[in-house]
Design a protein around this ligand. Structure first.
Ligand code: C5P
Length: 233
């Protein structure tokens, strides 16, 4: 059984305005690009066979240079991403040299640099047992459903928070299952914001592995400081 990893890193990072629009996966945290932190977390697990990073064509050379600088050529491969996250993942899925129906793929947002090896291991174990799994953590706030109005929003319902988890990554499955989910989504022209939404609509049960708030997605100005704080702790 092989375990592959896909790191979609082809986003533009438009919400990170204070960086002058630099893609957030290349901002530095403790002197290393965010992408490198994510790569190191997965490369620390010996059973991971290969990591496939999806990048924008204009950033291919810079990522290849990073791979060479950190001597990761044996395990890290670069593929060209697409216009949305799903297309970036689909391109990498097509490139995986998988040969067995038991092979597993994990997809992890390159911009979640604080993923820990134990959570990755637990996700792999959950996929081995259940077929598909994602990392998520329970909601602590009370969750409201709203209807958008011209003035903002108005509450239409309160959703019991014990029924809610916040989806993170890694998200993954046995490779034939995730390939089927992606093929069905493409056939129906469905675009989701994560892999689980594609697996769910293909009626593939997705198991939840407990995550934690450290594994957050670097998204907005201020998030780099929060990541530095966690790293210092
Ligand atoms: O857009 P969002 O912040 O949700 O992106 C999550 C991950 O998906 C990021 O690592 C980003 O680089 C990646 N992405 C991608 N291709 C796109 C858009 C986003 O690989 N076209």
């Amino acid at each position: 059984m092989s375990v592959f990893v896909i790191l979609p890193a082809a986003g533009i990072g438009t919400r990170m305005a204070s960086t002058g629009g630099a893609p957030k996966q290349f901002l530095t945290l403790r002197g290393l690009p965010i992408l490198q932190h994510s790569l190191q977390a997965f490369l620390s697990i010996p059973r991971i066979t290969g990591v496939y990073v999806s990048v924008r064509p204009s950033e291919e050379a810079r990522v290849l240079a990073l791979v060479s600088e950190h001597r990761m050529e044996d395990k890290v491969h670069v593929v060209i991403g697409g216009d949305n996250r799903q297309d970036s993942v689909a391109n990498a899925l097509a490139a995986l040299p998988s040969t067995s129906d038991d092979d597993i793929v994990l997809v992890h947002d390159a911009v979640r640099p604080l993923i820990d090896p134990q959570t990755i291991e637990r996700t792999i174990a959950a996929i081995e047992k259940h077929g598909a799994a994602i990392v998520a953590f329970p909601a602590v706030d009370t969750i409201k459903q709203v209807e958008r109005t011209a003035d903002g929003a108005i509450i239409t319902a309160t959703i019991p928070r014990e029924l809610i988890v916040h989806a993170q990554t890694p998200q993954g499955a046995k490779i034939p299952l995730i390939r089927r989910a992606f093929a069905e989504a493409a056939a129906d022209e469905f675009t989701g914001t994560d892999e689980a939404s594609l697996l769910e609509r293909a009626n593939i049960p997705v198991f939840v592995v407990p995550g934690n708030q450290r594994n957050f997605k670097v998204t907005q100005p201020g998030d780099l400081e929060i990541a530095e704080f966690y790293l210092a702790g």
